[in-house]
Design a protein around this ligand. Structure first.
Ligand code: PMP
Length: 432
């Protein structure tokens, strides 16, 4: 029995059945560098999904490797909690408050995005003294209790999942506008909807709203930039806190600012992050204003591994690398280049119904017919398989699994973008 078969057998025998692998022949990735990963047969792939939008500065970045090596060689402490002093957690908190918008200078460091969102929602609830949270249909905020109650996807929700004190607004999904409008002529009905949801489904008092600037799991649904400003004003007018979930959109991925919500000119009350901030290390974080963090004063809250030395060092280094290598600018230019390339592709393959996203967070929504917009779910699976045959690893998402998700490393270069565009052309050509 080869290693792959052994792993597949172990997964079937010992792991929860909720853990489903990509591809008919699941891949066993064993090595990675920069934009590329290798499988156990030595086959090299251009990695355009980076875990799931987790690799930001590139796999095994030399600066991070050097720091890890030096920590290992000097027997640096691997685990210590915040009950002791640690330069790594303290440095990371300072750097996060420096890259966060003004006034957001209090951090809570976690191991994941779910935990960060748990903490953010608790902060909003404690600070306002209210319970009710607004989230979006098609939104996703993690797999633990509160984030699953906020979730806007039937596929991810369980019957055991209580949904207390959460209400969901329609998503700003322009390609499938829930109000039947066209972006060019709409009045941002999706933003006014938030006011209506608060007025009709809550007591009129709320703890806040959580919103992804671009809905990741939902299939990179990109709200119009003005949407967030209007919604922010509505949420504030009802006394709530605005939480920007930047687990996928953060760390410069949208090619303009360190956090995507800044692209909309909004300074939220709380930002959460994970994935890219650790570049593969398990790190999540919350940043908020001092007054909201202070609302939790007097109680204890513990997170055993949050901010551990190796993880915190990696996240702090990610922040420096993004600045030093000008990766936000690169994400903007390469993102533009890819969008232009995909627009060309769309001319030849009408199955590409919509191209959306910003910077290096790009989605292609596949439809059976551009007029009916019937989701091309099975074909999306085929495109993924075909791309793999071209040595390109892409992701997918969306309620109907019909959105190809592309989130290459922020340091991707033009040659690699050409490789991606060429491979995707072949993947669409080879659709039966
Ligand atoms: N928020 C968003 C926007 C996410 O995409 C995810 C993960 N897909 C999470 C939160 C949860 O992060 P984690 O899986 O690290 O708990």
């Amino acid at each position: 029995m080869d290693k792959r078969e052994k792993i597949i057998g172990q997964r079937q025998a010992f792991l929860y059945p909720t853990k489903v692998a990509y591809y008919r022949e699941p891949l066993h990735l064993v090595k990675a560098s920069g934009s590329y990963v290798w499988d156990d047969q030595g086959k090299k792939y251009l990695d355009v999904i980076g875990g799931i939008v987790s690799i930001s500065v590139g796999h095994n970045h030399p600066r991070i490797k050097a720091k890890m090596r030096s920590m290992l060689e000097s027997d640096a402490i691997q685990h210590t909690t915040f009950l002791y002093l640690s330069e790594y957690m303290a440095d990371l908190a300072q750097k996060l408050s420096e890259v966060a918008p003004e006034d957001l200078n209090k951090c809570y460091i976690t191991n994941s995005g779910s935990e960060a969102n748990e903490m953010a929602v608790m902060t909003a609830r404690v600070a306002t003294g209210e319970q009710m949270m607004i989230s979006l249909r098609h939104g996703y905020h993690g797999g633990t209790n509160v984030p699953l109650s906020l979730c806007g996807h039937g596929t991810w929700k369980f019957a055991a999942q209580p949904q207390a004190a959460v209400t969901h607004a329609q998503a700003p999904y322009c390609y499938r506008c829930p109000f039947g409008k066209k972006r060019e002529s709409c009045a941002l009905e999706c933003a006014s909807e938030v006011k209506n949801v608060i007025e009709t489904t809550t007591s009129g008092k709320i703890a806040g709203m959580i919103c992804e600037p671009i809905l990741g799991v939902g299939g990179f649904i990109e709200a119009p930039l003005e949407y967030h400003k209007q919604v922010y004003d509505i949420v504030k007018s009802f006394g709530g806190l605005y939480i920007s979930d930047e687990v996928q959109t953060g760390v410069g991925r949208t090619g303009k600012n360190f956090f995507a919500i800044t692209d909309s000119g909004v300074t939220p009350d709380i930002i959460t992050m994970a994935k890219g901030i650790g570049n593969g290390a398990p790190v999540g974080a919350v940043v908020t204003k001092e007054k909201y963090a202070n609302a939790l004063k007097g109680k204890l809250h513990f997170n055993t591994f949050g901010g551990d030395p190796y993880q915190a060092m990696q996240a702090a280094e990610v922040i420096d690398i993004i600045r030093d290598e000008k990766l936000i600018e690169n994400a903007h230019h390469m993102g533009q280049y890819l969008v232009d390339g995909f627009k060309q592709l769309q001319k030849d393959f009408p199955i590409i119904g919509d191209i959306r996203g910003r910077g290096l967070l790009l989605g292609l929504e596949l439809v059976k017919d551009p007029v009916s917009k019937e989701p091309a779910t099975a074909q999306t699976v085929e495109v993924m398989e075909n791309a793999k045959a071209q040595n390109i690893l892409i992701g997918k998402g969306g309620l109907y699994g019909n959105v190809i998700r592309l989130a290459p490393v922020l340091s991707i270069n033009k040659k690699e973008c050409d490789e991606l565009l060429h491979g995707m052309r072949k993947a669409f050509e080879n659709l039966k």
